[in-house]
Design a protein around this ligand. Structure first.
Ligand code: DAT
Ligand code: MG
Length: 152
């Protein structure tokens, strides 16, 4: 068991549709904790840095305008194997393939409006968290989590 931090974004459609509470509830009910959270409108430079791996792909311009179109909520979510666990709660990239019960499977229809971002590896999480948060904005509860999560 490793306590990890992962970067979650409730993207513009999640905020606009009033789904932030629902999405956070999914993570919280699973036992993950929120270590940092803020709502703001993203500038183009930050959006491009975040999605740098997709630069040059046909959908990149649309992805950047989607992320910068309206306020988003950025979070650091923490828990046991949180990177993989949060990805499974989020569901497949294309909502049409996302399992019912996952966030995208329950609330989204199209890949271009898939509500949520979650880091895809511990290395990505480290890189992305540094884009969105200063170290002093993150309140880790690692020690609490270790105390109440049963090690197997
Ligand atoms: P994920 O968000 O599941 O990590 P990703 O990193 O492959 O998926 O892509 C980042 C985002 O880019 C994704 O959430 C939606 C958008 N995207 C990916 N592939 C796309 C495609 N073929 N057409 C349109 N948008 C796409
Ligand atoms: Mg990704």
């Amino acid at each position: 068991m490793a306590i990890e931090q992962t970067l979650i974004l409730c993207k513009a459609d999640a905020v606009a549709r009033g789904l932030v509470g629902e999405i956070l509830t999914r993570f919280e009910r699973r036992g993950y904790t929120i270590a940092a959270m803020k709502l703001f409108t993203v500038d183009e430079a930050r959006a491009k840095k975040h999605y740098a791996e997709h630069d040059g792909k046909p959908f990149f311009p649309g992805l950047i305008s989607y992320l910068t179109s309206a306020p988003i909520v950025a979070l650091v979510v923490e828990g046991s194997d949180a990177v993989e666990g949060c990805r499974s709660s989020i569901g497949a990239t294309n909502p049409i393939k996302a399992a019912p019960g996952s966030i995208r499977g329950d609330f989204a229809q199209t890949i271009g409006r898939n509500l949520v971002h979650g880091s895809d590896s511990p290395e990505s999480a480290k890189r992305e968290i540094a884009i969105w948060f200063q170290p002093n904005e993150i309140a880790s509860r690692k020690h609490d989590l270790e105390a109440w999560l049963v090690s197997t």
